[in-house]
Structures are given as C-alpha cells and as structure tokens.
Design a protein around this ligand. Structure first.
Ligand code: COA
Length: 348
C-alpha cells in the first residue's frame, strides 16, 4: 500500500506588492528586505478574499490534475474537479488564518464548495508546518482502511488580514496563497524496491517557544469583548531573532534526522523543499548540512512567507514546471508557529 500524490494545484491573489511598493509607505527599502530575507514581492488578497477562497482554487487545480485534465479552460477544469471531488474521502486543511475562529473549519467550507459529499473535513492548526502534518495525517487516515482511498491536503493562508502594515519588522515578510495536493492510496509498495509516495514523516513541536510567534486575541484565553475598542494584540506578533534561531535548528535537525532514519545522504535527494520563510534561514541550515544550494527549491522572492501554503505552493510550481521526475526522492521541511517543525520524504 502506498500513498501517492496524483495531483497538485496552487492559487495566489493577482495583486502583487513589491518591496518598492512597501518602501513607498513605510521606512524600509528593497535592498534591506532582499539582503535580510530574499523576498522581492508578495501577493496580497483583496478585502473579500479569505483562506477558503484561495484553498478552493488550489484544490480545483489539484483535483483536475488528478483527473487527468491539463488544459486552460476553467469550465472544463471545474467539471473535472467536481467529478473527482465526489470521490474524496477526506479534506484536510492546514492554516494559521482560518475563515473563522473555531467553527466552521475552513476545510468544511471548501468541502461544501467542492461538492465533496462523501468526505470528512478538518483543519490542522500546526502553524507553517500545517501541510507537513496534513500529509502524514492523510496517509494515516487512508492507511487505517475503512474504505478510504483519496484525500485532499491543502495549505492556505491570508495572513495579510492580521499583518500590521505599519510594523516593518513583520509586514515585509508575509504573503497570501494556497497550495493543494491529492493523495491516493495505491497498490504500489511503500517499502522496499519500487516503493512510491510518502515514505517517511517527522513531526515535532516545542510549545515552550509559543510566545515568539502568536496572535494574541480572539481565542478563549483572550476573547474579543462586545463594545470594546480593540487596540492591541490583533496582529501577528513575532520575536524575529528567536524564530530565526529556532528555524535554522529545526531545518538542520529535521533534515539530519530524516536522512539518518532513511539511511540516505544529500546525494540521494533530488530536491529539498523548505518552508519559504527566509532565504537566510535556508542558507544557514544548508551550510550546516553541507547540502549543495541547487538542491533547495526557493520561490520566496516571488511569494514571501505564505505559512502553511508555502510547501504545497512550491510543490505545484515545481511539478508544473517539470522539475519533479518520477522516482525523485524529495524532502519537505516545515517550521513555524506553535512552535512546530517537521518534514516528509516523498518518492515522486
Ligand atoms: N526595513 C529596514 N530596516 C529594518 C526592517 C525593514 N523591514 N526590519 C527591521 N529593520 C531594522 C531594525 O530596526 C534594526 O535596526 P537598528 O539596528 O537600527 O535597531 C535592524 O534592521 C536589524 O534588525 P533585526 O531585527 O536585528 O534584523 P535581523 O537581521 O534579525 O532580521 C528578520 C530580522 C525578521 C528578517 C529575521 O529575524 C528573521 O527572518 N526572523 C525569522 C522570521 C520568520 O521567518 N518568521 C516566520 C517563521 S514561520
């Protein structure tokens, strides 16, 4: 039994905001942002767009691909996606920014709009590692049997809605977007010769660092109150240095542990797809790991940090650009709010 990815999709808002656009309104500049983060642009959702909207688009693209559709006609794509959606058993969605706090889950909204009438649906709150957690959760649920065969795993974020656009320490970092994959249980082996699909996952957490990346308001610890004028705590807050140090260690340790567990070295890996938070984090980890730069896929220049969406967004970009070849061994590495970290090894 193997858990193979049979379709990928992504969606980003059309509104593209460059570093120079930000420099026109706050005290920053293109040179600082690029040299400290590798970010050049980000895509920002309009007022009416939420995480489920981007998730739905990414999901349709992934489902249509899984159904064998590869054209440009949106109507045909939607028809192919709707057919495939009827056969979904699970919709799993990682996000830091659900449409609503608590209920309904964003996954349920997507499940309904897709017409995935047979599917269970749930969100995963594992920060920027949500997609890595989501893949393993999907494989676990498909592997249990119970007649389940096909899952949709999505990462979707509209962080721009909780970004303080006057705080240059955070607003330059984030962007909006979504990525999705279809995972199918197949008869291929998941171990030994000819194995395919998701073969190993590491999931980790360090809640002691929870305060270094958080959204303080709105939950049961600190709910919004009727009639209150809200001034503090409504934007994402971050201790950049703490998160930076955690992230470099998380990438290094996760890659090392996964390689050791698989008995492989950097030469065996075709691509490492890290969470796209900061190119400097990846460079620092890469030097420690002694892995050549070409093995790391980076698209942060265009999209900035899209949190749980960054890995599936990159996967789809690579897949559609022909960078992923059948049999390639790829490693994803996520880290972020929680704090959480983890990685997947996938035989494409
Ligand atoms: N433009 C210009 N200057 C800026 C700036 C910006 N956007 N943001 C900060 N600065 C200034 C600071 O005010 C400071 O100035 P000072 O020396 O006069 O006080 C200087 O640049 C250095 O700031 P510092 O915060 O030490 O920079 P840094 O090298 O640590 O980089 C981050 C800051 C946020 C890029 C870095 O800490 C980081 O990437 N952290 C991890 C963030 C992350 O990935 N979060 C999500 C994880 S999922």
């Amino acid at each position: 039994m193997a858990f193979e990815i049979t379709g990928t999709g992504r969606a980003v808002p059309s509104h593209r905001v460059s570093n120079d656009d930000l420099a026109a309104r706050i005290d920053t500049n293109d040179e600082w942002i690029r040299s400290h983060t590798g970010i050049g642009n980000r895509h920002i959702a309009d007022e009416n767009t939420s995480s489920s909207d981007l998730a739905l688009e990414a999901a349709k693209n992934a489902l249509a691909m899984a159904a064998g559709f590869n054209g440009n006609d949106t109507g045909e794509r939607d028809r192919a996606a709707a057919e495939m959606a009827k056969d979904l058993d699970m919709v799993i969605l990682g996000t830091v920014m659900p449409d609503f706090i608590g209920t309904p889950s964003t996954a349920c909204i997507v499940q309904d709009k897709l017409g995935a009438v047979r599917a269970g649906a749930m969100d995963i709150a594992a920060g920027c590692t949500g997609f890595v957690y989501g893949l393993e959760t999907a494989a676990g649920l498909l592997g249990l049997g119970r007649g389940r065969k096909r899952a949709l795993v999505i990462g979707s974020e509209v962080l721009s809605k909780v970004t303080n656009w006057d705080d240059r320490g955070t607003c330059v970092l984030f962007g909006d977007g979504a990525g999705a994959v279809v995972m199918e249980k197949t008869d291929a082996p998941s171990e030994g010769p000819g194995r395919r699909g998701l073969v190993r996952t590491l999931l980790g957490a360090d809640g002691s660092g929870s305060e270094s990346l958080m959204l303080r308001r709105g939950g049961s610890r600190n709910p919004f109150k009727a009639g209150e004028t809200i001034e503090k705590g409504i934007y994402i807050e971050m201790n950049g240095q703490e998160v930076y140090n955690f992230a470099v260690k998380a990438v290094t340790d996760t890659a090392t542990a996964l390689m050791q567990a698989e008995g492989i070295g950097p030469d065996d890996i075709a691509w490492i797809i890290p969470h796209q938070a900061n190119a400097r984090i990846v460079q620092a980890a890469r030097r420690r790991l002694k892995v050549p730069a070409e093995k790391f896929y980076l698209n942060i220049e265009e999209y900035a940090n899209t949190s749980a969406a960054s890995i599936p967004l990159a996967l789809d970009e690579m897949n559609r650009n022909g960078k992923l070849k059948k049999g390639d061994l790829i490693m994803t590495i996520g880290f972020g709010g929680g704090l959480t970290y983890g990685g997947n090894i996938i035989l494409w």
